[in-house]
Design a protein around this ligand. Structure first.
Ligand code: 3PG
Length: 403
């Protein structure tokens, strides 16, 4: 259904879309499963004698992860047998001259495509995206376009849907592999209970998927931002922004309130919400309290508590399949990794069919030695993996489809 790398003519100058969206610390990209997976595609392309120019995004406008891709070039190079050069431009004179200088076996990374206004105009059709200055300027510089960014496949942005309209387009190895795996889960029938643990910070993706997953999933276990938003809808005084907080709650709640209410109303008996929450006390230690004891939100919640894990683990133990998307807490901080690790450990210890989605969440498995072999699939995709489970089409897949 796709043209793949097996169909590429040799010695081409290629424009390749990756998803290098990564956790950022002190303005620099942290290594991530996505780098390792995409590096295999890039290495294969340079080994085959192509000149490779990479496009990717980082963060979203307004968030502190919305930074340059300069540090990403080094992280990617650490997984390759050669350097990755970087140009802080996408389609201006500096980018065009750097592209012109690339030779067989070279790898060049362009600047964050989300710095361009043309990239994200989501209400544009693929044909309109193809007419943008961005696509019209870059496309003639290349022989072909490769999209390996399965984890951004649900975004109908110019770098994803515009170029395939204007150029010969191919699916990269990660794109094909993740597409096949995630589609096969959506089609798979399980006789026993299917449980899904959902967390992370991208609450709108999770909530939109929950609106369509009631036929696939028997039991939801919620944590992270989405857990708090559901608690808010259920009448608890959490899920609000604090004056000095992250701003992840009020806006998301207002936008998604109707869906949350509908989902709770229609199948709330299948949705487990956190019973207790962890926060940083005055001496900087982890403390927990029951959600029933909260009169007003005055601290940031960083994890689900021990009582919640005690309730969630048996659901996992009795399931035939467990799907995980998003961390239940701030797992990078050792004080607040308990909920995420213990839920993943329960999955690892059970015989269930298991898939962990989300670049960050799948990183937890390696970070805390939970054993990759204990999981059926570690997907580097988050939102796209969720979207695939709902059976909804993915913009990138539609754009590359050859039928
Ligand atoms: C992801 O991290 O899930 C992808 O890179 C998409 O990022 P986005 O949710 O900011 O579009």
């Amino acid at each position: 259904m796709f043209q793949t790398l097996d169909d590429l003519a040799p010695d081409q100058r290629l424009l390749v879309r990756l998803d290098l969206n990564a956790p950022i610390e002190d303005g620099r990209a942290q290594d991530h499963r996505r780098f390792e997976r995409h590096a295999d595609t890039v290495q294969e392309l340079v080994d085959d004698g192509h000149a490779v120019v990479l496009m990717a995004h980082q963060g979203r406008p307004g968030r502190d992860t919305f930074v340059s891709l300069e540090s990403h070039a080094d992280v990617l190079a650490s997984h390759l047998d050669r350097a990755v050069s970087f140009v802080d431009d996408v389609y201006g004179d500096d980018a065009l001259s750097a592209i012109d200088d690339t030779e067989r076996g070279d790898v060049l990374l362009l600047e964050n495509v989300r710095f361009l206004e043309d990239e994200e105009l989501g209400d544009r059709s693929p044909e309109d995206h193809a007419r943008s200055e961005f696509v019209q300027t870059l496309a003639p510089e290349f022989d072909a376009y490769v999209n390996d960014a399965y984890s951004a496949a649900h975004r109908a942005h110019a770098s994803i849907v515009g170029f395939p309209q204007a150029m010969d387009a191919y699916a990269g190895r990660v794109m094909v592999d993740e597409y096949e795996y995630n589609t096969s889960i959506e089609r798979r029938d399980f006789d026993g209970k299917v449980t899904m643990a959902l967390g992370g910070t991208k609450a709108e993706d999770v909530i939109a998927a929950m609106d369509h997953l009631d036929e696939t999933v028997d039991q939801f276990l919620l944590g992270g931002v989405v857990g708090e938003l559901f608690l808010r809808s259920a009448g608890y005084p959490v899920g609000y922004d604090l004056p000095d907080g992250t701003g992840l709650y009020d806006d998301n709640y207002e936008k998604n309130e109707a869906i949350i209410e509908r989902v709770l109303d229609e199948y709330g008996d299948r949705i487990a919400l956190p019973e207790d929450m962890a926060y940083e006390d005055e001496s900087g230690d982890r403390a927990e309290h029951d959600v029933d004891d909260i009169d007003e939100k005055s601290v940031s919640y960083m994890d689900v508590g021990h009582g919640t894990v005690e309730t969630y683990a048996p659901h996992i133990e009795e399931s035939e399949a467990v799907l995980v998307k998003g961390a239940l807490g701030v797992f990078e901080d050792e004080r607040f990794n308990y909920g995420t690790i213990e839920v993943l450990r329960a999955v690892a210890d059970s015989d269930c069919f298991s898939v962990v989605g989300g670049g960050d969440t799948s990183r937890t498995v390696t970070m805390y030695d939970l054993g990759e072999e204990n999981f059926d699939h570690l997907s580097i995709a988050g939102g796209a993996y969720l979207r695939a489970l709902t059976g909804e089409p993915l913009a990138a897949v539609e754009a590359l489809r050859q039928e």
